[in-house]
Design a protein around this ligand. Structure first.
Ligand code: ADE
Length: 233
C-alpha cells in the first residue's frame, strides 16, 4: 500500500481525479490511500489565514510556515508518519519529474505532498521540512494540486496489480528510454487508411522488430535528446 498525505488549501480539487480510472480503481482496491489535509485547519491565527505578504515586498502572497509545519506535526502524532518518510513540495523550482524518478518514488510506502499556491512557500518550509522539491515541467501552473495529481497517477500505475498486465508498463513511452511505437486497433482499414501489414501477420518476431524500429525512428524525430542522454535531467 502506498499512502499519500496531501497538504492543500483546495482539498476539493482532488475529489474527481481520484474517483475515476486507474487511480480510482487502485484506491478502491486499497493499493493506494490518499488523505487530504486542509491547511486552513492548521492556521494559527483567528482569521485562519494560510498566506501573507512577502517580506521585502513584491507581488503575490506566500504560504505561511505554521499551517504546513502544524499539518506535518499532526501526521506524526496521529498517523505514525516517520522521519524517514518523504515530504515532497510540488514546485516549479523542483527537480523535473521523469519516468526514472517516478519509478524510484513508486517504491516508497508513504509520502507527504505539499501543494504550493500563490507566489510560493516560505523558504523555512523548504529548508527545514521538505525532503525534496518536484516539478512536473518547465512551466508554471496555479498551484501544486494538479502537479500532485500527476505525481499520484504516475506512481499509482507503477504499483503491482494496478494495470492489466506488466506488458502495459513495459511498452509505455519512457519506460525503455524511447517513445512508444504507433498502435492500431480494429478496423484494419478505416477510411481507406490501412494498418501496417506486419501487425496483421501474426509473426511476433517481425512485429517486435517493426515496433522497435518505429520507436527509435519516432524518438529520433521528436525527442533526439532522449537518445543522446542530454535531456535536461
Ligand atoms: N506549481 C506550479 N507550477 C508547478 C510545476 N511546474 N510543477 C510542480 N508544481 C508546480
Amino acid at each position: 500500500m502506498l499512502r499519500f498525505d496531501i497538504l492543500t488549501v483546495f482539498p476539493e480539487m482532488f475529489d474527481s481525479p481520484l474517483s475515476s480510472g486507474v487511480v480510482g480503481k487502485a484506491l478502491k482496491n486499497k493499493i493506494i490511500d490518499v488523505q487530504c489535509l486542509d491547511l486552513r485547519r492548521f492556521a494559527s491565527d483567528q482569521h485562519k489565514s494560510v498566506d501573507d505578504y512577502p517580506f521585502g515586498g513584491g507581488g503575490g502572497m506566500i504560504l505561511k510556515p505554521e499551517p504546513i509545519f502544524g499539518a506535518v506535526d499532526h501526521l506524526i502524532q496521529n498517523s505514525d508518519l516517520k522521519p524517514s518518510d518523504s515530504i515532497i513540495l510540488l514546485s516549479p523550482q523542483g527537480r523535473k519529474l521523469d519516468q526514472k524518478k517516478a519509478e524510484d518514488l513508486a517504491k516508497h510506502d508513504r509520502m507527504v505532498l505539499i501543494c504550493g499556491r500563490y507566489d510560493g512557500v516560505d523558504e523555512r518550509v523548504v529548508k527545514h521540512l521538505v525532503t525534496e522539491e518536484v516539478s512536473i515541467g518547465d512551466y508554471v501552473i496555479s498551484g501544486g494540486e494538479l502537479a500532485a495529481m500527476v505525481l499520484i497517477d504516475a506512481l499509482t500505475r507503477l504499483q503491482q496489480n494496478v494495470l492489466g498486465s506488466a506488458e502495459s508498463i513495459e511498452d509505455d513511452s519512457h519506460t525503455s528510454g524511447l517513445l512508444q511505437f504507433p498502435q492500431y486497433t480494429r478496423p484494419s482499414v478505416f477510411r481507406e487508411w490501412e494498418v501496417p501489414e506486419v501487425l496483421l501477420s501474426g509473426n511476433h518476431e517481425e512485429i517486435k522488430n517493426f515496433r522497435d524500429a518505429e520507436s527509435i525512428k519516432r524518438t529520433l524525430e521528436r525527442r533526439p535528446d532522449l537518445l543522446q542522454g542530454t535531456d535536461s535531467n
